[in-house]
Design a protein around this ligand. Structure first.
Ligand SMILES: Nc1ncnc2c1ncn2[C@@H]1O[C@H](COP(=O)(O)OP(=O)(O)OP(=O)(O)O)[C@@H](O)[C@H]1O
Ligand SMILES: [Mg+2]
Length: 252
């Protein structure tokens, strides 16, 4: 059974058909890249999956369950995690506090049955596990505002992981990063637990190639290609969609 499945999902903004009948399924543990020109609808598609926006029509399923029009909070409880294209940290709080708050939000439900002292130490353990995954254990006491840009993005990933997602949506996880920061992020994403299903919006074709074997291409809200990178790169419609930046795709 697919970890995530979309069936004929549509979303209009007034006259603009932002997402136009998108269907695809992602298997558990699969790593898929979602690419497409600026304004193609990638972030909108994430918003439709994560419940930030309701689709006009179509169905979203998570682990076979219909989750269409669930709220973002409910989607998080159902096992969906995401990061945002823009920063969403508590800047005045420490790295540790940022992750702990996110862990706590989930624990509110799942730790309710535990004795308070047990729940407290479990929160700490879980927070430290997440900090290790995103390589910020050594920076736990530092305020988010004092982190480097790359570290802030690592922390955002940690917050998304803190909810224990089975499906993780990452919107341009390497945007604005230096080559070195990008390398760190790619290494980190590669090492995420294999059972986590990843859908990544990414413009950098080197990153796409390093992380995903399967590429979905969105253009004007429509899915115009779905397949391995080598195949998608040769697709005429994809090359046309990237006219102007076509070379970037071809040479990647
Ligand atoms: N809330 C909104 N109201 C109206 N129009 C919107 C809204 N959100 C997005 N759009 C429009 O929908 C289209 C798709 O936008 P979206 O942000 O999903 O693109 P994208 O593929 O993520 O682009 P980018 O690569 O620049 O991040 C764009 O034309 C955008 O202007
Ligand atoms: Mg976007």
């Amino acid at each position: 059974m697919p970890a995530l499945e979309l069936e004929s999902v549509c979303k209009r903004f007034g006259a603009l058909s932002a997402i136009d009948g998108v269907s695809f399924a992602v298997e558990p543990g699969e790593r898929v890249a979602l690419v497409g020109p600026n304004g193609a609808g990638k972030t909108t598609l994430f918003n439709l999956i994560s419940g930030e926006l309701p689709p006009d029509s179509g169905t979203v399923r998570l682990g076979g369950r219909d989750v269409t029009r669930h709220t973002p909070e409910k989607m998080a409880r159902e096992g969906l995690g995401r990061t945002f294209q823009r920063n969403s940290l508590f800047m005045e709080s420490t790295v540790y506090e940022n992750v702990r708050l996110a862990v706590q939000a989930r624990a509110g439900v799942s730790f309710q049955m535990l004795r308070p002292i047990t729940a407290y130490s479990r929160l700490g353990e879980e927070t430290e596990r997440v900090l290790e995954l995103v390589r910020l254990s050594g920076r736990a006491g530092v305020r988010a505002s004092e982190l480097s840009y790359g570290e802030q993005r690592q922390l955002e990933l940690g917050i998304a992981l803190a909810t224990g997602p089975r499906v993780l949506l990452l919107d341009e996880p390497t945007a604005g990063m230096s080559a070195q920061e990008t390398g760190e992020m790619v290494a980190m994403l590669k090492e995420l637990p294999g059972e986590i299903t990843l859908l990544i919006v990414e413009h950098d074709m080197d990153v796409v190639g390093a992380l995903a074997r399967r590429i979905l291409v969105l253009n004007f809200g429509r899915l115009i290609a779905d397949g391995p990178l080598e195949e998608v790169r040769r697709n005429e419609e994809v090359l046309a969609a990237y006219l102007g930046v076509g070379e970037e795709v071809r040479d990647a």
